[in-house]
Structure formats: C-alpha cells, structure tokens
Design a protein around this ligand. Structure first.
Ligand code: TXA
Ligand code: MG
Length: 315
C-alpha cells in the first residue's frame, strides 16, 4: 500500500538540504517549532509569502511572524530597543514574539506585515527549525500551519491533515512541547501584550520593571479578535455536559476519570494543560463528539492564554 504520509520526513542531513532548496525556490514547507507547527516561507520573497496566505486561506490583513536564528539577522529588518534586549536575554530562543518598528531598507515583503510599519519577530527554540534557519540565510515568515480560523497543529500529522500533498515537505519534530502559540508583545511604545501565551504578563513585567499600556487594542493584531482556534464543533464554557455522549474538558485532581472526561492536567499544572489543549480538542472531534463542554480553568499564568484560546474557539 502506498504511504499516504510520504511527504512527512524524519530529520536528517539529506532532507535538511532538500528543505533548504525548496525554501530558496520560494516554496513552502511545514516545520516544527516548540509552540506549534508552522507553515514556512522566505520572508523576503513575494512568491513564498503569497503562497502562505493562499494555502492557509488567510485574510491578507492578518500579518505574519518573521523567524530568525540571531539578533544580527533581526537587526537588518527592525529597530531593536532596550525592552527587547532585556526580554531576549531572559526568554530567547523561546515562545515570545516581539512587535517592533520596521526599518525602511528592510527586505521583508509588504505582504508579510499586511502593510503595517511594524514587524512581529520571533527566535524559535526547536532544533529542526533552527537548523533550517542556520542554512537559509533569510528569515522565515511562518504562521501556524492551520487553515485560517481552525486549530493550530501540534504534530506533523495535523499539518498533513490541513494541506495534504500541497506541501512537498513536512518535517517531523514530534509533539510540540508548548502546544499553544507564542506570547505576542508590542514593544513599539509602552509594552502591551497582544496575544497571551505560556510566558505570562507577570513574568514579563518582572523583567521590564515598568507598567504596561492600558489602552484597549484597536485591531493591531488582527488574529486577536475574530473566531479562531476552532475545532469545528460548538464549545460551551463553564457548564457541565448533560449526559455522557457529550465531551467534557476538565482540569485538575478533583475530576474523576470517566469515558467522556478529558483532563488537560490531572496534576493541575497549567503548562501541561496548555500543551494538551489543541491535542485534546482534536481528539474529541475525531472521536465523533458533537459538542465540547469546558470547565473553568484558573485564569493565571499560562491559564490566561488557555482561556483566551478557549474563548475564541467558542465564538
Ligand atoms: O508560536 C507562534 O507564534 C507560531 C509559530 C509557528 O511560530 N506562529 C503563529 O503565527 O502563531 P500566526 O500567524 O498564527 O499568528 C501571528 C500573530 C497574529 O495574531 C498576528 O495578527 C500577529 O501575530 N502579528 C503579526 N505581525 C504583527 C504586527 N506587525 N503587529 C501586530 N500583530 C502582529
Ligand atoms: Mg495562527
């Protein structure tokens, strides 16, 4: 029988070389990162970036994150400031994305930033994407590898489910450790969290030692407002299911193990819960449930990011 997953590859030198070649030609590949899997393309190539929007069916008003291997690379495209360096030192490479002012002579194509004067940049912490970034000599525009509004993929097979054979290469880097997307922080003026992630506002404030902007977000991070991260079935928050034919996502020790109970973390660990969130929603959908009920998740640390994703998934 033919292997339907023939475009999913384990990592080795040969496939690394082929991946680099495909990216240099302005084509797209699926790559693992520590947060979720990404759909990558050369951030300096119109062809590559247009390919990303088309594959994801992403509205062109929603800008992409640009991924770098080093500060030197990022310096060519954006103005780095004091807040950036403080946070970089503490959290990078890692699940933190910085919105910074774009340089006039930057080669990042305008489609990446949806014509904004700012760029979102990230230094991912996964050996496979870092190996690719080392070799390509250009930064990678890389949104999560899902169809727009759907759940982000946390393993190579999820990426395959979204794009099938439209990608020549999906590199298999196992399960994403963090499991939800990076924290996005705007550093162009008073710091402001645009998208919560496992690195919390509290942890960031401890490093920056200054107040954050209290202004409400106008559509600065367009992905922030709409329905997003949806598993494709209704989600009801803060209620219990009426019978065992409805799935129930729970958190913590006090919940019994039953057939329709899905515990994000029996230990009550919010990081573990974040890592299990998308995986669990996908599993429930695959098992044929038509509705998901979700119990309250503590709204602190990574819990803020979990609740943000659940709320938007329920829209
Ligand atoms: O963990 C992650 O960040 C993953 C992995 C693959 O790196 N990427 C990811 O990308 O989540 P994406 O495209 O799914 O989400 C990017 C978010 C969107 O909410 C977008 O609106 C925001 O970043 N964004 C991008 N550029 C921006 C900019 N210049 N200003 C404000 N927000 C921006
Ligand atoms: Mg996304």
């Amino acid at each position: 029988m033919a292997n339907i997953y023939s475009n999913i590859f384990s990592f080795n030198k040969k496939i690394l070389k082929k991946t680099v070649k495909i990216l240099k030609q302005g084509n797209n590949v699926g790559l693992p990162t520590e947060t979720v899997y990404g759909l990558a393309g050369n951030a300096y190539s119109k062809k590559a970036v247009k390919g990303i929007y088309k594959l994801k069916k992403r509205p062109n008003k929603n800008p992409l994150i640009v991924h770098y291997i080093s500060v030197e690379g990022a310096k060519r495209d954006v103005f780095l400031n004091e807040d950036f360096f403080k946070l970089y030192k503490k959290f990078c490479p890692g699940p933190l994305t910085f919105v910074l002012k774009k340089k006039k002579n930057s080669k990042i194509v305008s489609e990446v930033t949806a014509n904004l004067k700012t760029v979102a940049i990230r230094f991912p912490n996964h050996k496979i994407v870092r190996a690719v970034l080392q070799l390509v000599k250009f930064p990678l525009a890389m949104p999560s590898a899902n169809i727009s509004t759907q759940l982000s993929p946390t393993n190579a097979y999820d990426v395959f489910d979204n794009f099938k054979k439209k990608l020549n290469i999906i590199l298999n880097g196992g399960n994403s450790k963090i499991g939800i997307e990076s924290t996005v922080i705007d550093l162009t003026k008073k710091p402001k969290i645009l998208r919560p992630g496992v690195i919390s506002a509290y942890e960031i404030k401890k490093i920056l030692r200054k107040n954050f902007s209290k202004k409400r977000t106008i559509i600065k991070s367009p992905g922030m407002l709409k329905k997003h991260y949806s598993p494709g079935i209704p989600i009801i928050i803060g209620q219990k299911p009426k019978n065992s034919s409805q799935a129930h996502i729970v958190f913590g020790k006090k919940h019994k193990k039953t057939k329709n109970n899905y515990n994000l973390s029996q230990k009550g660990n919010l990081k573990e819960a974040a890592a299990n969130l998308y995986k669990t929603m996908k599993k429930i959908k695959k098992e044929g449930y038509k509705k998901i009920f979700i119990s309250k998740i503590p709204n602190k640390g990574p819990g803020v990011a979990i609740n943000d994703r659940i709320k938007r998934a329920s829209k």
